[in-house]
Design a protein around this ligand. Sequence first.
Ligand code: AHR
Length: 506
Amino acid sequence: MIRYYINPNIKKGTIHKDIYGHFAEHLGHCVYGGLFVGKDSLVPNTNGMRNDVVDALKEIRIPVLRWPGGCFADEYHWKDGIGPLEARKRMINTNWGGLVEDNSFGTHEFMELCRQLGCDAYVNGNLGSGSVQEMSEWMEYMTFDGASPMSELRCQNGAAEPWKVAYFAVGNENWGGGGNMTADYYADLYRRYATFLKHFPNGKHPEWDKTFKIACGPNADDYSWMETVLKKAGAYIDGISLHYYTVPFDWNIHGSATDFDEETWYRTLKNTLVMESLLTNHIAIMDAYDREHRIKMIVDEWGTWYDTEPGRNPGFLYQQNTMRDAMVAGINLNLFNKHCGRIRMTNIAQIANVLQSMVLTEGEKLVLTPSYYVFKMYREHQNAELVDSYLKSPETGMGGYEVPQVMESCSMKDHVLNITLNNLSLKEEAILDVVITPVFEDTTDVSEVPCRSIHGEILTGAMNTHNTFENQNQILPKEFTGYQTNAGGMRITLPPCSVVSLQIKQ
Ligand code: AHR
């Protein structure tokens, strides 16, 4: 029996909706085929965007989308992707399969996609191979509502109104594919580029004026990168990124997405839990250089990375998605919730047909992945208040890959408690004795009875269960009834290998 304490009277910060953000790169069939099929496609679409995918992503309340990369961002020249389609310049996508990119999905198409999704735009600029002028003009093109060379060009291309650019990143992985820079050199460049990224006033939407500027942060545990960039450029930074991928073995042996043994299950989860120490250690550095908590952490690439599915182009990073990915998503999202004081946004990689996807597509067919369902089950955390919660979990695992058996987080919104739980064990159920402190009487949500109405959902299955184009409903969330209420709270029985969400009305 595990005692699980929840005290809704102690609020620990807002879980920003953008913690549930996504990422779309010009990589394999993420953008082309996954999100965008073009107006003339037989796949049902609106202005070229797949209707089925847009509908599915609206269901999980996608709050923000990062684009156009990734590595692609640092070789992307935005002016190649505007204007009449037939006149758009072609380029080679050198990072991902060496294919010719026809630039038919550019700034206008991205903004149209965000409009249809009802989400914010996060644009990643080109520092690696682009000029200061190019970056600064992109911002002017997208956001200026007065008369200027760039805003007039935008109008000529059919968009009279400027767009909201909620976030803009100055380069991607500039310690690697984005220029192999040192932290010192990057910090100097960041200062220069960011200076010319102006905030253009928007008369109709003054709240859109200030785009949140993101600096390239470290790869995983490169603490020295974090420290140097904050020390040299912190005054000009709103957010700093962190990239960490879960690979079951190492960067030479990724392993299969679907064919793995129990030891590899625990190994993968142990590797995903490295995120916890990365967050703690990087946040400690941020605390030292930014005592006011002004600069936010942006985990704009995370998720699993396996071998590309056999028979597919290795440069396309297409992989299946199983219950293991659902668990990885559930664990990370619980961790991000717990660190919401510093974390403003995260973007799982990537949204369609690449790495840990939400959706897989093949022609007209669509598969919703177990990871998709976790985002759906967790969506009530968006913009909720993190509340104090604690449990001491026993360990589970094998072969030296021990992990906590149960992970959790808890938030409150509109007088509803949202609890999300993960049982990482493949064999053992977990029984939680939940003690919920009644809400203090000076609020409107006075309650003597902690649990008045409860809605629960569970995602569970064998560790490598996944949905396919032939069987799209192999793994789906079901109603969860494994709880009994009592005077102090409730008792919950989590089956092995499960992700559970509960909404409790007080
Ligand atoms: O998400 C795939 C790639 O991983 C991105 O392009 C890059 O930023 C990272 O290395």
